[in-house]
Ligand binder design. Structure first.
Ligand SMILES: Nc1ncnc2c1ncn2[C@@H]1O[C@H](COP(=O)(O)OP(=O)(O)O)[C@@H](O)[C@H]1O
Ligand SMILES: [Mg+2]
Length: 277
């Protein structure tokens, strides 16, 4: 009998809107968890490869990618690369991944391919605490694969006028995935990003979102902070690029809140919007 390893918790960072802070959250939450000793794999599941670039893994180091895992059946373990940060590993992507949708047409199990490869990996391995999947800005086959493989979904919402727009579509998709292929799927939480305290609108959006979505919204709010946006061009998570920046402090707080919430093990209710549906 093989020794039984712990099963990682798998979290999709999803919102079909682009530019809301998915990748920034995936990188900085992942790095913050790694920093407190949690072994974490960040799956770059967006063909833009921003999470790979943002962690300083340039294309020459992306020999085996998530395309090979998803489409060619390469082992998940074979694509993992070190990030230079203890406890943080990356499953990289390149633009190849954009053709996965087409390349998997006709494959009847195409929505569960990621789930299957991660599950094969977990059977063998490796004492990983978290697998964080950075989703593309679309509810496409890639996002469906991510949701099918996950225990939970964490949604970044940008503090702007249309923050809640599109959320009902995401919720519907999550419900459909839960009702069909992944009964365990719940909402992990909602994180407000790019909050600007000098801007009244940010405050209004925050109270609106809290009123609609209640306890699911993390207390920690990520401010708009230029250090977070500079960090990727240095191939570093914002939390390490400038440890004392407000963005860095916010993401480390978010990780602490994330862990606390998990430990309190409150059952997660299905998410419903009160208004704005
Ligand atoms: N809190 C923040 N403050 C300032 N800039 C941010 C913040 N979060 C993200 N950004 C920047 O906004 C852009 C979009 O963020 P990103 O995380 O790539 O969004 P997504 O993955 O949802 O498309 C990037 O240029 C990123 O550096
Ligand atoms: Mg992104």
């Amino acid at each position: 009998m093989p020794e039984k390893y712990k099963t990682p918790k798998i979290i999709s960072i999803a919102n079909q809107k682009g530019g809301v802070g998915k990748t920034t959250t995936a990188i900085n939450l992942g790095a913050s968890l790694a920093l407190v000793g949690k072994k974490t794999i960040l799956v770059d599941f967006d063909p833009q490869g921003n999470a790979s670039t943002g962690l300083g893994v340039d294309p020459s180091r992306r020999k085996v990618t998530m395309y090979d895992v998803l489409v060619e059946g390469a082992a998940f373990s074979s694509c993992l690369v070190e990030t230079g940060i203890d406890n943080l590993f990356l499953a990289p992507s390149t633009t190849d991944l954009s053709s996965a949708d087409v390349d998997l047409v006709g494959d009847r199990g195409r929505i569960t391919r990621l789930k299957q490869s991660i599950s094969d990996f977990c059977d063998k391995n490796y004492d990983i605490d978290y697998i964080i999947i950075d989703c593309p800005p679309s509810l496409n086959l890639l996002t469906l694969n991510a949701l099918a493989a996950s225990h939970s979904v964490l949604v970044p919402l940008q503090c702007e006028f249309f923050a809640l727009e599109g959320l009902s579509q995401l919720m519907l998709t999550v419900r459909q995935v839960r009702d069909s292929i992944n009964q365990r799927l719940v909402f992990e939480g909602i994180v407000l990003t790019m909050h600007d305290k000098r801007n009244n609108l940010s405050g209004q959006v925050e109270s609106d979102v809290r009123e609609n979505l209640g306890a699911l919204v993390y207390k920690t709010v990520v401010p708009r902070n230029v250090r977070l946006s500079e960090a990727p061009s240095f191939g570093l998570p914002g939390i390490l690029y400038d440890k004392s920046s407000r963005g860095s402090i916010a993401y480390r707080r978010l990780a602490a809140e994330f862990i606390r919430r998990e430990q309190s093990k409150k059952p997660s209710k299905p998410l419903e919007l009160k208004d704005n549906e």
